[in-house]
Design a protein around this ligand. Structure first.
Ligand code: FES
Length: 341
């Protein structure tokens, strides 16, 4: 098929626009990066959703034969993964982040294991510290990739700490039977081990420009990690804190973790309300049900900004519920986590 050139325009959320040319056979992400446009991306193969954008004009399609994480309904609504996307005409995309965001490029660093501690039936807390001379920065909500020593495997985790805590970073790791990181943490990890870590990655991060709006956080399991980082970043920021609602849930009480930390944050932040939920075996002080069922009439206003992190069914249910309660879909940001063994 004859290649054609098309003009692509990318509109960043801060009003900056950038245009460049791309052939109909090239990925739009590749062409944009060649033109030194600061886009968020990570896997370049359709599986991480970091490069998601909204097609607002023109025609652009997913490369034939490529598989992506986009739902058919999201594709029909104009969402595209730029790493798999080919322009069929001149086209325009809207990006959900400002032009300065993608310029903090990922880097590879060494970290030392500081501590490893089991904090629930199936969750470990891993604290690491950047090696001397190594540095990176990240936005609350973004994730890092960690090489699991001795397993030849790489795993992705969002810090539950913030950039203010650097050179230390804290991660909450869900233990999975046969999982590489689970095996390492349970059997081999020792203080002063050196790990290779790269990041930051991902388009799930606290939107600074919306920090005055009421916030809702919905977290399932270790999806709590990036949410704690976001809450702490709001706490560390200057000025009045917005109303915040955290709805956090696990299957059973034994699987819950960080409850003391959540309570402490409520003392520091009187505008933070927490609802802790379990699917089974409810006890006093816990709600029975999912963190989505804990959302109620009156929780949401038209300005509410929502951040969701957990398994895909929870994200789908929370998105639908928040929209039903009056949230603007443009103000709902989500990160799905996919357990890997
Ligand atoms: S970069 Fe991962 S889906 Fe495009």
């Amino acid at each position: 098929m004859k290649e054609q050139m098309h003009q692509v325009t990318l509109n960043f959320a801060d009003g900056v626009s950038r245009s460049f040319s791309v052939t109909s056979q090239n990925s739009i992400l590749d062409a944009a990066l060649q033109a030194e446009i600061p886009l968020l991306y990570q896997c370049r193969s359709g599986s991480c959703s970091s490069c998601i954008a909204q097609l607002s004009e023109g025609d652009a399609v997913t490369r034939q034969g490529a598989s992506s994480t986009l739902l058919a309904s999201e594709y029909a609504a104009g969402q595209r993964l730029l790493c798999l996307c080919q322009a069929q005409s001149d086209c325009t995309f809207e990006l959900g982040y400002g032009s300065e965001v993608g310029s903090s490029t990922a880097r590879e660093v060494n970290v030392f294991v500081d501590s490893v501690e089991r904090i629930a039936s199936n969750v470990m807390r891993l604290v690491v510290e950047l090696a001397d001379g190594d540095w990176l920065d990240f936005r609350p909500g973004q994730f890092m990739q960690i090489d699991v020593p001795g397993y030849g495997a790489v795993r992705s985790y969002s810090p539950s700490s913030t950039a203010v805590d650097l050179p230390k970073m804290e991660f909450l790791v869900r233990l999975l039977p046969g999982g590489a990181m689970s095996g390492y943490l349970e059997e081999r990890a020792a203080s002063e081990d050196v790990l290779t870590l790269s990041g930051p990655y991902g388009a799930f991060f606290l939107r600074e420009e919306k920090r005055r709006a009421p916030h809702i956080f919905v977290a399932g399991g270790t999806g709590l990690a990036p949410i704690l980082s976001m809450i702490d970043a709001l706490r560390q920021g200057s000025g009045r804190k917005p109303p915040m609602l955290l709805s956090f849930g696990c299957a059973v009480p034994d699987a819950l973790f960080c409850l003391d930390g959540i309570e402490l944050r409520q003392q520091w932040l009187p505008s933070l309300e927490a609802r802790i939920c379990v699917d089974r075996e409810p006890r006093e002080g816990l709600l029975h049900g999912s963190p989505v069922s804990a959302l109620r009439e009156g929780d949401v206003s038209a300005e509410t900004v929502a951040y969701l992190c957990g398994p895909q069914p929870m994200i789908n249910a929370a998105t639908a519920r928040l929209i039903e309660l009056g949230a603007d879909p443009a103000n709902i940001f989500a990160e799905q986590f996919v357990p890997s063994n």
